[in-house]
Design a protein around this ligand. Structure first.
Ligand SMILES: [Zn+2]
Length: 272
């Protein structure tokens, strides 16, 4: 046995199984100049083939999916943060795009005991203290402010919408009344106000009453924003409703007011 064969026999067990490797190793041992030239030529041919392959590759259809992949994420809508999607969140987004589950009822509904047109109005406990503080502050400053609506169940909203739609048609009804599931009132965090005990102030004229003006000036201080301001129909999907306010908490309401008094939730959170 030659010295070289000994070496081959001594390679680890796994490499022993490769018979081609043995041949190559053996072949390399007796290299003549002609063989070296042949190997160099084969090597150059392989190098050329690889070079040609890489030049062709970018133009091949294989390149396409990469471009599509990089374009894909921007085409998909950005997922909303939890504070906007969790129905129990004080800033849950409810609009014509984002609905609440039909069976959603706020965890805690309370009677606010403020000046209102009805004793049976209930509100989300998260907003109750600030609602009381706001209505009392208005009344104490000589402005009569009545609460006319708070929490509205999915079923009741369904009745309201169908009643209106039967009178003016579904498209017209949809401008003022939300379909069931799409109403903020189902959160118990949206409120309608009036300046009179009959609660008939759900017209744009409410904005010019003492109560309407007081709310425009002070509601944000208590964590409330006018949800459907004038001129924002294209953003909110609703006509101007100066009587409808949404509780978002004092931090968010102040931050929104600091940017612009008529900023909408959709603009603030840059969603639709
Ligand atoms: Zn309302």
């Amino acid at each position: 046995m030659s010295e070289e064969n000994k070496e081959i026999n001594e390679v680890p067990q796994t490499e022993k199984t490769s018979s081609t490797q043995k041949i190559v190793t053996k072949g390399l041992s007796d290299l003549s100049p002609i063989r070296i030239v042949r190997y160099v030529l084969i090597f150059l041919c392989v190098l050329l083939a690889v070079g040609v392959w890489f030049r062709i590759k970018p133009a091949s259809p294989d390149a396409k999916p990469e471009e599509e992949e990089s374009a894909e994420p921007s085409a998909e809508p950005t997922p909303l943060p939890n504070e906007l999607t969790d129905p129990a969140s004080v800033t849950v987004l409810v609009n014509k795009t984002h609905a609440l589950p039909a069976d959603y009822v706020p965890a805690s509904l309370v009677t606010p005991y403020v000046l209102s047109i009805s004793d049976v109005i209930q509100v989300n406990e998260l907003a109750a203290d600030q609602l009381k503080a706001m209505v009392n502050a208005a009344n104490e400053s000589g402005v009569t402010l009545y609460l006319t609506s708070g929490y509205i169940s999915y079923e009741t909203q369904d009745d309201y919408f169908n009643d209106r739609a039967s009178m003016v048609g579904e498209a017209e009804a949809n401008k003022v009344i939300a379909k069931a599931g799409f109403s903020e009132h189902q959160t118990g965090l949206a409120f309608d106000f009036s300046d009179n005990a009959s609660g008939t102030a759900t017209t744009v004229a409410f904005a010019e009453t003492d109560a309407g003006r007081w709310l425009i000036e002070h509601a944000w201080e208590y964590g409330f924003v006018m949800r459907y301001p004038e001129g924002k129909e294209a953003v909110t999907g609703y006509s101007y409703q100066p009587w409808h306010y949404r509780y978002l908490g004092t931090d968010v309401a102040k931050a929104m007011h600091d940017i612009a008094p008529d900023l909408t939730m959709e603009e603030y959170y840059q969603v639709n």
